[in-house]
Ligand binder design. Structure first.
Ligand code: NAP
Length: 254
């Protein structure tokens, strides 16, 4: 049995990773800003982080914030993991962090480099967007009568359960370096994802595709965030929608 610390173990990905590792017989600690007894803000580090890491063999780093500070968090986590003699640091990243010049992606790429140069045994897995995130984005776009989408852009969403399976498997193994990307089963236009979401939730909205300007949009349009050669995920967006919203006549439930 190994002792594993999951940072961000209360998040969309961290929760199922934690469940799988516990089911596999590991002793698992969950660290986040709000999860006692390991409530630690990684951006600040400190004694609480050292306590959380004492006796830990492996760290699965799922903590993140879109508000900035992930690099600082990684620096603190790595320094404390080195002090604690952690053998393996597993990090989840995103397909295209080296191709799409979005601020959040740049910081994810910087964190990957910190992990690779940490001096610890390390594993990095990049995944495409989770179904949950696509729905979150569409929920906010569908608040108005016309859903405005970026023209000629696609996505390849993946089931978070499958990413959790893979990450838990990697955490239970030896450091593997950068492993093959994990992409969802289908590359879909945003429009087809939006229409599936609108059908599943019984919303009637006009959908308009608008070409956007700028380097980030161009990188998305060119598929910098996609991994069609690693379309190994099985769960489709429709299957996710059926579980989440039900599959009645118009697909609507709750
Ligand atoms: N979502 C996607 O589509 C997707 C796709 C590919 C890869 N990823 C990667 O997967 C990882 C997990 O994403 P997610 O969607 O599961 O994130 P999430 O649901 O937003 O969860 C973030 C977790 O991090 C914790 N956290 C945030 N700031 C923290 C801090 N300063 N110190 C300690 N804990 C902190 C949060 O808990 P507290 O609020 O309690 O601190 C929470 O447990 C991220 O690295 C993300 O880049 C995500």
């Amino acid at each position: 049995m190994t002792t594993i610390l999951v940072t961000g173990g209360t998040g969309t990905l961290g929760r199922p990773v934690t469940e799988r590792l516990r089911a596999g017989g590991h002793e698992v600690r969950v660290l986040s800003r709000h999860s006692e007894p390991y409530a630690v803000d990684l951006r600040r580090g400190g004694i609480g982080l050292d306590t959380a890491l004492a006796g830990v063999d492996t760290v699965v780093h799922c903590a993140t914030t879109q508000r900035g500070g992930d690099e600082r968090s990684a620096v603190n986590l790595i320094a404390a993991a080195r002090r604690a003699g952690v053998a393996h640091l597993v990090h989840i990243s995103i397909v295209g962090v080296d191709r799409v010049p979005l601020g959040y992606y740049r910081s994810k790429l910087a964190v990957e480099k910190l992990v690779e140069e940490s001096g610890l045994g390390w594993t990095v897995l990049r995944a495409t967007q989770f179904h949950d995130l696509v729905v979150q984005v569409l929920q906010s776009l569908a608040k108005v009568p016309v859903v405005v989408l970026p023209a000629h852009a696609a996505d390849q969403p993946v089931a978070v359960a499958e990413v959790a399976d893979r990450l838990a498997g990697l955490a239970a193994g030896a450091p593997a370096g950068r492993v093959p990307d994990l992409g969802g089963p289908e590359v879909r236009t945003f429009e087809s994802l939006a229409r599936a979401y609108l059908t599943a939730t019984g919303r009637r909205r006009a959908v308009v595709n608008v070409p956007l300007a700028g380097k980030t949009y161009r990188a998305f349009r060119e598929g910098g965030h996609l991994a069609p050669e690693h379309a190994v995920g099985k769960g489709t967006f429709e299957e996710y929608l059926t579980v989440r919203y039900g599959g009645g006549a118009d697909g609507r439930r709750g």
